[in-house]
Design a binder for this molecule. Structure first.
Ligand code: ATP
Ligand code: MG
Length: 401
């Protein structure tokens, strides 16, 4: 038992005192036993969703059909799932039917890998019928039960296996690895959204270099969006200098930069990316291209969203263009920018109209403002009304009117 779990204790206690069994289960127990920082704490219980809802004041029935209720504890959500088994995933998203069961052993048996099928109660007692702790000690990932059956039931488990390799640096146990090769084609019918979640987590794992060869070896790339369209594309696109990337939009930006034959549009549509992800891909690709052309200029940093600094650094580190960049470099330039945003510009469109009394409103105003903005950001023009006026009226190229 460890104090990382103390926040979940009141929930476990409430359930236990009401006469139900309650355990922390899944990733939190696994990561605790491995010695990694734990993420979300999932709880499994003998209480039905209705019984759980009656016990807590702040509850959200996020997946009642599948037995899951979220309980808010000090503002943080905890997922509480009733002991259950599950049927087929014929829609490849959710199990068709779940049956509530009354033993923790039966619930653990439906879970994907032995290392994820360990439960721990409030007293720190562990239930581990599939010897997950032995596998943690031996650093092995293996399915609970026959790999082929489990992968056919839910093919996403194959992607999950690879992402756990990437996160934990464990090996795939022999039969599980063979199962991956034999069942890879089941991924064909998988919802892209689910593949994406696992792919993104895989890409971010510290042991990515151990996970990628498994994708090639088992030919899982033949069933992954975009890569599946051309044999060998995965091998071709993943550089030897690869390093972890935190988000799907970073990996897509990297691939676009490595092979411009596949458009950002194609990548983001096939991966069902959100608008935000798509715009991040565009911004990153543009930033890297600007960097390769002109180096780390004021203009580049001015236009780069703060949330993308580390993304840019990660991509540039992999691509290793002649110009290397650190987050400190970017922040230093940001710190010295003569202008932080357009609203700080010393002149407005109305000012431009007074500078050129003979002109009327038109598209030229926007173009002029942009020109001035860029000059000021680059340090070629002072952000001062009189100086800008002088420069603009002198410059005044006819083709810009
Ligand atoms: P993370 O640290 O990323 O949250 P996790 O192991 O907790 O990893 P989740 O997706 O949160 O993964 O799932 C919680 C638990 O539910 C898993 O540990 C596993 O026991 C079970 N589980 C999740 N997805 C599946 C699946 N597709 N098939 C079988 N069991 C699953
Ligand atoms: Mg989890």
């Amino acid at each position: 038992k460890n104090k990382v779990f103390h926040k979940a204790e009141p929930i476990l206690r409430t359930l236990q005192q009401a006469g139900y069994e309650a355990y922390i289960v899944g990733g939190a127990v696994r990561d605790f036993l491995v010695g990694r920082p734990i993420g979300d704490i999932d709880i499994t219980t003998s209480a039905t969703p209705e019984q759980v809802m009656n016990l807590f004041s702040k509850v959200v029935p996020i997946g009642i059909k599948h037995g899951t209720v979220a309980v808010l504890q000090k503002g943080e959500p905890y997922e509480i799932t009733t002991y259950r088994t599950e049927g087929n995933y014929s829609d490849h998203r959710h199990p068709d039917n779940v049956d509530f069961v009354d033993s923790i052993q039966t619930d653990l048996a439906r879970r994907d890998f032995t290392i994820n099928a360990i439960a721990m109660d409030m007293q720190g007692d562990i239930v581990d019928p599939f010897h997950g702790r032995t596998d943690i000690k031996n650093r092995l990932i293996q399915t609970v039960g026959p790999p082929k059956d489990r992968f056919k039931e839910d093919p996403l488990r194959m992607m999950r296996a690879i992402r756990f390799v990437s996160q934990l640096g464990f090996q795939l146990e022999g039969k599980t690895l063979i199962g991956l090769s034999e069942c890879a084609h089941w991924l064909d019918k998988m919802a892209v959204e689910r593949i994406k979640v696992e792919f993104e987590k895989m890409w971010a794992g510290s042991f990515l270099d151990q996970a990628l060869p498994i994708i090639e070896q088992t030919e899982i790339d033949r069933y992954i969006p975009v890569f599946r369209e051309k044999k060998g594309r995965f091998q071709k696109l993943v550089p030897a200098s690869i390093q972890p990337l935190a988000y799907i939009y970073e990996s897509i930006a990297l691939f676009v930069l490595l092979d411009s034959n596949i458009s950002i549009e194609t990548w983001t549509n096939k991966w069902k990316c959100s608008k935000k992800e798509k715009s991040n891909v565009k911004r990153l690709v543009q930033a890297v291209q600007m960097l390769e052309k002109d180096g780390l200029t004021n203009w580049l940093v001015y236009n780069l969203d703060r949330n993308l600094y580390t993304s840019l650094v990660r991509i540039v580190t992999i691509l290793k263009p002649h110009c290397s960049v650190t987050e400190e470099d970017i922040k230093a330039i940001w710190g010295s920018l003569p202008l932080r945003n357009r609203r700080e510009l010393a002149i407005s469109g109305t000012d431009l109209l007074t500078f050129f009394p003979v002109r009327t409103k038109g598209a030229w105003i926007g173009r002029y403002l942009q020109m001035v903005e860029r000059m000021v950001v680059m340090g070629d023009l002072k952000n001062e009304k009189t100086e800008i006026k002088e420069w603009v009226t002198k410059w005044n190229p006819p083709e810009m009117t």
